[in-house]
Design a protein around this ligand. Structure first.
Ligand code: ATP
Ligand code: MG
Length: 175
């Protein structure tokens, strides 16, 4: 079927490792083609300087951490919610501006799972984005409606993870 060229919605979900790094790989490819890319991070706290943030700075690419780390460490859920909403507002601005070729919303499934963001509003916003914009979504436990809506969905399935043997997160591999 012939159809107008349009941006796609990619969703990386599942419990196995590789969701965020897959999105970062796409960003690197696109950057190599001088495409404009941005990643907004719903969970990563702004004081964290992980390898990807250092790389992005060197590359002149924006990766914007707008979370507060993992919520189960938090004692202030209202504040977490407000930060997630702020991240979503920022994401909307970037997506709707049409300025970007690719917008990555990293760990967006968490605020959806917590009920801070509805699947319906996310889908509604994606539906009216400028037609050329690709959007990449990551996070575990993606809601079925989002799976149904996305053009491409990959589920990372954990077969083994060294965490199970007490191996801690490794620089370069995980952060
Ligand atoms: P990555 O950022 O490495 O691509 P991811 O985005 O698929 O991983 P997340 O669910 O965002 O994975 O988890 C963040 C980090 O936690 C990852 O670096 C991953 O290696 C690590 N991780 C994944 N599975 C487990 C697990 N079962 N227990 C502990 N840590 C895990
Ligand atoms: Mg991730």
């Amino acid at each position: 079927m012939a159809s107008a060229r349009r941006g796609l919605v990619l969703l990386f979900t599942g419990n196995g490792k590789g969701k965020t790094t897959s999105a970062l790989g796409i960003m690197m490819r696109a950057w190599g083609r001088d495409m404009k890319v941005v990643m907004l991070q719903f969970i990563k706290a702004s004081h964290h300087r992980f390898g990807e943030h250092k790389a992005a700075q060197k590359m002149g690419v924006e990766i914007i951490p707008m979370g507060r780390g993992f919520t189960w460490l938090s004692h202030d859920l209202e504040r977490d919610k407000a930060m997630a909403r702020a991240c979503w507002e920022e994401a909307l601005k970037r997506i709707c501006s049409g300025e970007y070729d690719i917008v990555v919303l990293d760990e967006i499934t968490y605020p959806i799972r917590y009920g801070w963001l509805t699947t319906a509003e996310v889908i509604e916003a994606l539906s009216r984005r400028p037609s050329h914009v690709h959007v990449v979504l990551t996070g575990r436990n993606a809601p079925q409606e989002l799976v149904d809506y996305a053009d491409l969905v990959t589920e990372m399935r954990e077969i083994k993870h060294p965490y199970r043997h007490g191996v801690k997160a490794q620089p370069g591999l995980e952060y």
